[in-house]
Ligand binder design. Structure first.
Ligand SMILES: [Zn+2]
Ligand SMILES: [Zn+2]
Length: 368
């Protein structure tokens, strides 16, 4: 399952302000040197386009995720790039991973069903949901994905249980949601809208680190991370997903952790959480539970991914705590990393193929 290749290229299509999308490239070598990183653009959610400009309509959607990836490709879509902070621009944390005809979701933050629909995928088309940990901003849409998925008019699932995977505790959440929403299942069945057999939800607990899912060439490897200095937020997991020669690592919520570097060595796509406030001394309890751009820069430097991406932006609280600009997020990262850093956006999509990683940001998606 070694993913090391001697030389990898990444093509990126990102918008720079009001200019049209530019094609940039970067390549990394296994000796750790980034040889041709060009200008790193700031993929800003403050650009003219934002995720809410895309129709919430699986038929009208022109998002690449609407269709299965080409044979052999691994496709990753950031559905929600936010944190617990309520936001219409950055929905709660959720990532869609597609390979072959498989659709898996990693985490289910606030609004995941809406972004999934915008991406052209119905909730009923999901093969499973994989959870990193049980903070609310990662699980708020478990029920929505499950129940929207079983409504025939728009859910798309025609039988079989909605599968939820995760570390210890996944069964508690799923069993209690099942009980909490018993009325919805029963009244829809009594109303003749659906058969009860199509409304199931099931769970599988991942008990230890290592390969936890292996299906049709897609391998999911779970590893421990650490969410807080005292390590009381348990479980807290990260995942690496491999498909053929292609790979993506999702850090989960974590302070800097050696497992991310170990599992992220030369990965095609390293997606890391990040936290930055203008004044780092405000809300130290928050910053101490996440990874700063400077720390993430060290991780990117040591892991040497084909492409480094931020998501789960803990970047201020409107009206209360000032966040940092995109430029500052990048410049702080570059104190320790001289490669390319992509600031994730809701619906941003990465297609990993033999020619590298193609990225479409919101501006590029709007031009399709
Ligand atoms: Zn968390
Ligand atoms: Zn979180």
């Amino acid at each position: 399952m070694s993913m090391v290749r001697s030389r990898r290229f990444s093509t990126i299509l990102l918008s720079l302000g009001v200019s049209s999308a530019l094609a940039l490239s970067a390549c990394a070598t296994t000796d750790g040197a980034t040889t041709a990183a060009e200008v790193t653009p700031a993929a800003s959610v403050s650009a003219e386009i934002n995720a809410n400009d895309f129709p919430v309509d699986v038929v009208e959607s022109t998002h690449p995720a609407k269709d299965a990836p080409a044979e052999g490709e691994l496709r990753v879509t950031l559905l929600g790039t936010g944190s617990p902070v309520p936001s219409t621009e950055r929905f709660g944390f959720s990532i869609l991973v597609q390979a072959g005809d498989m659709n898996y979701l990693v985490d289910a933050g606030r609004g995941a069903v809406i972004r999934l629909t915008q991406a052209g995928v119905e909730a009923g088309e999901l093969d499973g949901l994989i959870l990193t940990h049980y903070h609310s901003d990662h699980v708020l849409s478990v029920d929505d994905l499950w129940m929207t998925g079983y409504v025939p008019a728009f859910g798309g699932r025609d039988g079989g249980d909605f599968m939820v995977y995760g570390p210890e505790g996944v069964g508690t959440i799923v069993d209690n949601l099942y009980a909490a929403f018993e009325n919805d299942r029963q009244v829809r069945a009594a109303d003749g809208e659906l058969d009860l057999e199509t409304t199931g939800i099931a769970w599988e607990e991942f008990t230890e680190e290592g390969v936890v899912l292996d299906r049709d060439g897609l391998t999911v490897t779970m590893f421990d991370v650490q969410h807080d200095p005292a390590n009381v937020i348990l479980p807290s997991q990260g995942y690496r997903i491999d498909y053929g020669e292609h790979s993506v690592l999702i850090s989960g919520d974590t302070i800097p952790h050696p497992n991310v570097v170990e599992h992220g060595k030369n990965v095609d796509l390293l997606i890391h959480e990040v936290a930055a406030f203008q004044d780092p001394d405000v809300l130290p309890q928050v910053i101490s539970h996440h990874t700063t751009p400077e720390q993430a820069g060290e991780i990117f430097r040591d892991a040497n991914p084909g492409m480094a991406v931020y998501t789960h932006f803990v970047n201020g609280i409107p009206g209360k705590v000032e966040g940092v600009s995109d430029e500052e997020m990048i410049s702080r990262t570059k104190e320790n990393f001289d490669g390319e850093v992509v600031l994730g956006e809701d619906l941003m999509v990465f297609t990993i193929g033999d020619d590298g990683v193609e990225v479409l940001d919101q501006q590029a998606l709007s031009e399709r």
